[in-house]
Design a binder for this molecule. Structure first.
Ligand code: CA
Ligand code: CA
Ligand code: CA
Ligand code: CA
Length: 765
């Protein structure tokens, strides 16, 4: 008997006559007729068609009662050859329902649905993917024995699985009460695909294909805790962009929720979402701020002390989020690998998390549950961790935080849950943390990887636990660059892919968990709380970057917009988070932070270039003509430590003036010589429009020369651009001059000509 109806079509009516059909094949189902004798049938090759199935568990640790469409399982199906029609799944609910008490747990799930990935991005989206089957629970149609779901796509009662992977998502709705009539809060429930025979053909008939030999059943999700309230890792952020003025802003959306693009190809700001004059922040009332967590309080901060609250964090850490890929939308980064990750709405305002990857130049996103999206963070302190979290979905009287070394034993470091009051950020203190050994991943880890490489594993133990991003693995060392994987996703962590663009690999990490206490003494989401950040420790600052040199030939005007480029910094532990760029105008003594850019570009390219004065760069506008600007940069790592400042750049001249010397200044003026250090000296500053021979002569008010300084052309103090020369108040004989007024006369000479300019200064002591 041939059981494979995808291979042989038996058409109605089943003709029985003297005519013999020979040479029947899949492509010629009727064969060729013959009435000649003897009948010689053709040989039909029998090759088994096997269905390859594997699953990714994307179930959350906990889910609230009465929620719809939470993805719990991703099923990837593929035929080894030809095609297979699937018409039904028999799934099983695990957890509380498996106990013997009648009705207990039956109703934990109010429905189970199957969706097909239509846009082939491997990530569930209620907008782009399609529901192809749904079974609702009811008291007369319970889930105790099985959850049978019939497939229907475009009125056809099956889907066709070919040798190209078909991706299905299994989603659940949580219930409210079970068959025993009791509340389901505190129950646990998951979804299992127990056996290959639970995948059925059209009409529930056995599948016309065999089981692929490498597949293992059962395939089971984690058992989800059913809770009355939750602390979400993040809200579903509406797209937040960088506006022309450098501030974060909500992007304008059209009626279908898509970002509206302006004539410059970048998103348009929704100015109505800017909040001015909030008294609940330390930012200035004139600054345009935004609320990102829905509590009505602006969430901007001024990370770089630039005087502007232009920073926002999307991942519960105190470090700012950046636009990594240059589309002006600020990116959510979970694993700090410089590939933006993603949060989308499941259709019911619940966040779905995706880890981004780039493989063969394709942007990919992998669905992960909340625990797979716990963001990586760094601390420079070994006795304190600072975390933020999102408000609980139900009212709580207070929050409590703790620190553990993994996701299972959540209090293993802090030992207790500490009450922090009704706040959404706090520090876990009185803990003792160690940086341990830290290195960087240098190979991609997929779900199937059996080993991976790192920059330097020489100090790691021969065998033990390592933290790769937010995942914990049991590994053994093959050599100083290679680990072989013994077990993935251990200690309550989630098995996910990892990109080779800078995820940290360490043998120590610390997980901050948060829980809320309700007025009736229950914990939200449950006693074990929810992990919000995974920390590593970095106590060392980045290396110092090179001077940010204007990319224009010396002696040539740079114009009103020009690029700066510098030699990049490194940080072997927490990596470079950002470069902070400062500018000084003409002879002004004040350095001003003009911007901070991410340390790397999308995919890990070094980001050591900044364009000054180009209005397409958020926060920039053209520099006025007739000025000299100098620059310096410093690097910040993800632990919040900054490098030393770079050397000062060569000056950029927006235009080069005709006057040889201009803009003479002196500060402090008057100067009090009794003060020590910089304050006790006067800095004489001037700009030169050419390298020039400089003579600075200082006279008292009676016209006597007290001090003369000669500087050769091209030396420090005699260079084109801004120059600074300190005078400590001593005369040519080494004595302190008397108090009173003095005249500074600066003469500059070059092939362009000669010019003298004077400035009056006062001396106090
Ligand atoms: Ca807020
Ligand atoms: Ca972006
Ligand atoms: Ca990422
Ligand atoms: Ca470091």
């Amino acid at each position: 008997m041939i059981n494979d109806n995808s291979w042989v079509n038996v058409n109605y009516p089943h003709n029985v006559n003297q005519t013999i059909f020979v040479n029947i094949s899949k492509f010629n189902p009727e064969g060729t007729r013959t009435q000649g004798f003897p009948f010689n049938s053709s040989l039909i090759p029998i090759r088994a068609v096997n269905l390859s199935a594997n699953m990714v568990d994307v179930s959350p640790l906990s889910a609230e009662v009465g929620k719809n469409d939470l993805p719990v399982m991703v099923l990837k199906l593929k035929s080894t050859q030809d095609f297979i029609r699937i018409g039904q799944f028999n799934l099983y609910q695990s957890g509380t329902i498996e106990t013997s008490s009648t009705g207990l747990g039956d109703g934990d799930f109010a429905g189970v649905s199957i969706w097909k990935d239509m846009d082939n991005d491997g990530s569930f989206s209620p907008l782009f993917d399609k529901r192809i089957g749904m079974t609702y629970w009811s008291s007369t149609s319970t889930f105790k024995n099985a959850v049978t779901i019939d497939i229907k796509e475009d009125e056809i009662p099956y889907i066709t699985v070919t040798t190209n992977t078909t991706i299905l998502y299994i989603l659940i709705n949580t219930g409210i009460t079970d068959l025993s009539g009791a509340s389901i809060i505190g129950h646990k429930a998951g979804i299992n695909l127990n056996n290959f025979s639970d995948i059925k053909g059209p009409g529930g008939l056995p599948l016309a294909a065999g089981q692929y030999s490498a597949d293992r059943y059962p395939m089971a999700t984690n058992q989800i805790s059913i809770v009355s309230g939750n602390i979400k890792l993040t809200p579903v952020y509406k797209p937040i962009m960088l506006a022309d003025n450098g501030y974060p802003a909500y992007a304008l959306l059209d009626s279908s929720g898509n970002v509206v693009l302006g004539s410059n190809g970048y998103p348009v700001v929704d100015e109505t979402k800017w909040i001015y004059g909030s008294t609940m922040t330390s930012c200035k009332p004139t600054e345009p701020l935004i609320d990102i967590n829905g509590d009505g309080i602006p969430d901007n901060f001024d990370y770089f002390n630039s005087g502007k609250c232009v920073n926002i964090s999307l991942n519960n850490s105190y470090t700012p989020s950046f636009d990594i890929d240059g589309d002006r939308i600020i990116d959510f980064e979970s694993n700090l690998d410089y590939i933006p990750d993603k949060i989308v709405d499941n259709g019911w305002k619940e966040p779905l998390y995706f880890i981004g990857d780039r493989y063969q130049n394709q942007r990919l996103f992998y669905s992960v549950p909340q625990v797979g999206a716990v963001a990586s963070a760094w601390s420079s302190k070994t006795n304190e961790l600072n975390a933020k979290w999102q408000p609980a979905t139900t009212n709580v009287v207070r929050y409590e935080i703790t620190v553990g070394e993994n996701y299972k034993d959540v209090t293993s470091i802090k030992k207790v849950w500490e009450s922090v009051g009704n706040t959404l950020n706090a520090s876990a203190k009185n803990i003792s943390l160690s940086p341990g050994n830290i290195t960087v991943l240098t190979s991609r880890i997929t779900i199937d990887s059996s080993s991976f490489t790192v920059k330097d594993a020489s100090n790691f133990a021969q065998e033990g636990v390592v933290y790769v991003g937010s995942e914990i693995m049991l590994v053994s060392k093959i050599d100083d660059h290679t680990f072989s994987i013994i077990e993935r996703g251990v200690q309550g962590s989630y098995t996910t892919m990892h990109t080779p663009w800078g995820e940290a690999v360490s043998d120590r990490a610390y997980i901050v968990s948060v829980r809320g206490l309700t007025s009736n003494g229950e914990y939200i989401p449950n006693e074990n709380g929810t992990p919000v950040l995974i920390f590593r420790i970095d106590t060392t600052k980045p290396t110092t970057p090179g001077a940010p040199q204007p990319q224009v030939p010396e002696g040539v005007a740079a114009g009103q917009s020009y690029s700066l480029k510098w030699n990049s910094s490194t940080d072997l532990e927490s990596n470079i988070m950002a470069y902070e760029i400062q500018e000084r105008e003409n002879t002004s003594p004040i350095w001003r932070t003009i911007n901070a850019i991410p340390g790397y570009k999308y995919g890990g390219g070094i980001n050591n270039l900044y364009t000054v004065g180009d209005p397409i760069v958020p926060g920039e506008k053209p520099r006025p003509a007739g000025n000299y600007y100098t620059y310096r940069v410093r690097a910040w790592n993800f632990a919040g430590l900054s490098s030393d400042w770079s050397e000062v750049s060569k000056p950029a001249a927006t235009t080069i003036g005709n006057e040889l010397i201009q803009k003479v200044d002196a500060y402090p003026n008057p100067v009090d010589l009794r003060k020590g250090g910089k304050e006790g000296k006067v800095t004489i500053a001037y700009t030169l429009n050419d390298d020039a021979e400089v003579t600075i002569s200082i006279y008292d008010l009676l016209g006597y020369l007290v001090k003369e300084i000669h500087i050769s052309r091209g030396q420090k103090g005699a260079q084109m651009g801004s120059n600074y020369v300190d005078w400590n108040g001593k005369n040519d004989l080494g004595g302190i001059v008397s108090k009173g007024g003095y005249i500074v006369r600066i003469k500059a000479s070059s092939p362009k000509g000669s010019k003298t300019i004077t400035k009056k200064i006062g001396i106090i002591h």
